[in-house]
Structures are given as C-alpha cells and as structure tokens.
Design a protein around this ligand. Structure first.
Ligand SMILES: [Fe+2]
Length: 387
C-alpha cells in the first residue's frame, strides 16, 4: 500500500476531500479540492512545515529550522498530485517534498474562522447541569468525551452515580490533565474548620464567586466530588457569568465598559500567604469576545483610584453582583453522594446556600486543574476515536 507523507505533528488527519488540481504561482500554492473549494498556501509557511527530516524533527515532530533558514523570497517552482493523493512541491531553495492531503485540507485557510459557539444559559435554559452517568463515562471514551465537551460548552457538567472510593477524584481529574495545586493543598475537603482560612470552611452561605482571583491566572477548572451529604440546605448556586456579561454589554453598556477596563485587586486573607491578583471583572480579547471572569466580592481589596473611578467601578461591580444574585440567572441544586461536578472557574460563578451542620454530615472533596488540559484532552480523545 502506498504511504502518505508524515505530518509535522502526532495528529491523525483523515483524508476527507481529495485534491483535484494544484497550481504553483510564484509564492502561493493553490489547491482545488473535490468539493470545489480552493485553498491558497503561502510558500514560506508551507516550506517551514515540510515533513522532511531536516525541517521537521523526525522524532519530536517539532520544527527543526529557524525562519531565517528559509530564503525570504522562497518560491514554489512546481507542484503535482502523486498517486497516493499527496501533493508534491518543489521549492526554489532546492527542497523537493510532499504534503499529506488531510493535513493540507485541515490547515487550509478558506475564510476567517468563526469562534466556536458557546451555550450561554440562565436558569430558564439550564436549571440543572448537563448530567452524565459516571461509571458509564469512565468506561467509554466517547461518553467521557461528551462530559468534557459539555463542560467546555456550558462551563458546568456533572457525572452522577460514582462509587465512594478514596482517590477516585484525583484519578478522574488526572485523566484530563495534571492537578493544579494551591495554597489550599493538592486536594481540599469542604468541611467546617474551627479556625477557617476561607468562608468555604464554614456552614454559612457563600456569595457567587470565582476561586483564586488572587492569582495571576485564576485556575481554569474546579471539580467537586460529593462523598457524603446528609445535611439540610447547602445547595450549590451556579451562574453563567458570560451570560451576565453579554446581557450587560447590551443593556448596561456604561457598566460593561467599566467591567472590561477598570482594574480590581484581590488579596487572599491568610496568615501564611499573601497572594494578590488583579484584572478587570470581564476579560476580553482583541475582538471583544469574553475570555474570562475575575469576580469575587469577598476577596476584593480596596480600590486605589481617583474617587470618580471608584464610584464608576463600584456601581458597575454592584450591577454585576445584582445579576449574579438574581435567581433568574441561577442554577440551584443539591450535591448528592456520588456526584462529581466540574465547572469552568473563570466562566461560571459558584456559591452556596448555608446549611444546618447539626444532625448530618457533609463531605465534599475538591481539586483544580486548567482549561488547557480540558481542550488538550478533548482533542486527544477525538484523535484516538478517529484513528
Ligand atoms: Fe469557591
């Protein structure tokens, strides 16, 4: 069987479309595909992604040359389609190489990509987290993937019916990625402490918040595994802060502008650590898309700013807070033994109703990891399922 050329990565690139025609025009390779679409590949970028063993390290599959190793005016002298369906390309610097058609198609530029749609929710659309059978998800990669994709798209997703097992939480989280440790330890238990260093370690109610806004980059994901809960009250209260921010962009533009520009500082209140993180409540990218939330009313440091900025920023914060406390935005549910709740700590705010500690027990374990780990694992599971 004729083999296709390698690619500059470890991914699997199914050939979804055959190459029908290729045309070399100085510094651009044009590829006409079986579906009639045409893609254009610039010589410089095509040249540096050649899978040959000098350009791409044959084992690491990383780029092994520098951009300065390629002549600035490198051109494409010829291109043709091989029997395998690969595209052979000769460059003006003497390189004769060929490209995998699945890789060419998968990395082709057709038009500006649209951002992946997120499912923004209020309590009307999403009264409960998307929920999956725990043991089933652990046994089947495609169902584990569904849980991870729901976490990515909704910012919150739950496994139910897991057994009570020491170490199970870490075992599941490390299937996604490495645990991110904090000043609360590698794993923490939400329980009542005599001398709490966080209100989380009391039975009181907790306002909606992001954990660790005190860090340069607040941790991306949080996992809560309920081992036992026979107390009354203590429901989890979750809010899609992206939804709040988008509503405020439309309905309260002045407050929204403050939320994306005024910088608040947060400091953890502890005897042995003094973390300080700062940033706007709503983080946006160069296109204005929301990328993260840094909101926690009870870890906010006093705002050192001129009085008019203090007034503007506080009113905007208060307006955001009013929405976070509005039941219309809240998903409220009870933590049942065997639940593993995962949420995006930089998107979905979490809070808690107070609970009656007497006459019952409550034992919830928690661990953090990062968003990147989630996206990486989603890609690698899909890669395995494609292979
Ligand atoms: Fe928290």
């Amino acid at each position: 069987m004729l083999e296709l050329p390698g690619t500059p990565d470890f991914d699997v690139w199914p050939v979804t479309h055959e190459v029908r025609n290729v045309k070399a025009a100085a510094d651009v390779l044009s590829v006409v595909w079986a579906d009639g679409r045409t893609s254009a590949h610039h010589a410089l970028l095509l040249r540096e992604n050649s899978p040959d063993p000098v350009t791409t390290h044959p084992k690491a599959r990383e780029m092994a040359i520098s951009p300065t190793d390629i002549p600035q005016d490198v051109g494409i002298t010829s291109a043709d389609i091989l029997e395998t369906g690969a595209v052979r390309v000769q460059f003006s610097d003497g390189l004769d190489t060929s490209f995998h058609p699945g890789w060419l198609r998968g990395t082709a530029w057709f038009e500006a990509p649209k951002p992946e749609p997120l499912f923004l929710w209020t309590s009307a659309e999403q009264p409960e987290p998307p929920t999956f059978d725990g043991p089933d998800a652990l046994d089947h990669p495609e169902r584990f993937l569904h849980w991870l994709e729901a976490l990515r798209d909704f910012g919150v997703a739950r496994l139910r019916g897991l057994p009570q097992q020491d170490g199970l939480l870490e075992e599941i989280v490390t299937r996604i990625g490495p645990v991110r440790e904090s000043n609360f330890g590698r794993q923490y238990v939400l329980e009542i402490k005599d001398d709490p260093d966080s209100q989380a370690y009391t039975s009181g109610s907790l306002l909606q918040h992001v954990d660790l806004p005190t860090r340069e980059l607040p941790f991306g994901l949080q996992f809560l595994y309920t081992r036992d809960n026979t107390t009354t009250g203590g429901e989890g209260i979750y809010v899609d802060a992206y939804c709040i921010a988008e509503d405020m962009r439309q309905e309260e533009p002045d407050h929204f502008h403050s939320l994306i520009t005024d910088i608040w500082e947060y400091n953890n209140r502890a005897r042995t650590s003094d973390y300080r993180g700062s940033g706007p409540v709503v983080e946006t990218d160069a296109n204005g898309a929301i990328t993260g939330i840094r909101y926690n009313t009870f870890l906010r440091a006093p705002l050192k700013a001129p009085p008019e900025v203090q007034a503007r920023a506080y009113k905007a914060y208060r307006a955001f807070c009013a929405r976070a406390q509005d039941p219309a935005y809240q998903m409220v549910f009870r933590y049942e033994p065997g639940d593993l709740l995962a949420f995006d700590n930089r998107r979905v705010l979490h809070g808690r109703a107070g609970y009656e500690a007497k006459g019952g027990s409550r034992f919830i374990e928690g661990i953090y990891c990062d968003r990147d780990d989630l996206h990486s694992r989603i890609r690698t599971i899909k890669r395995q399922l494609r292979a």
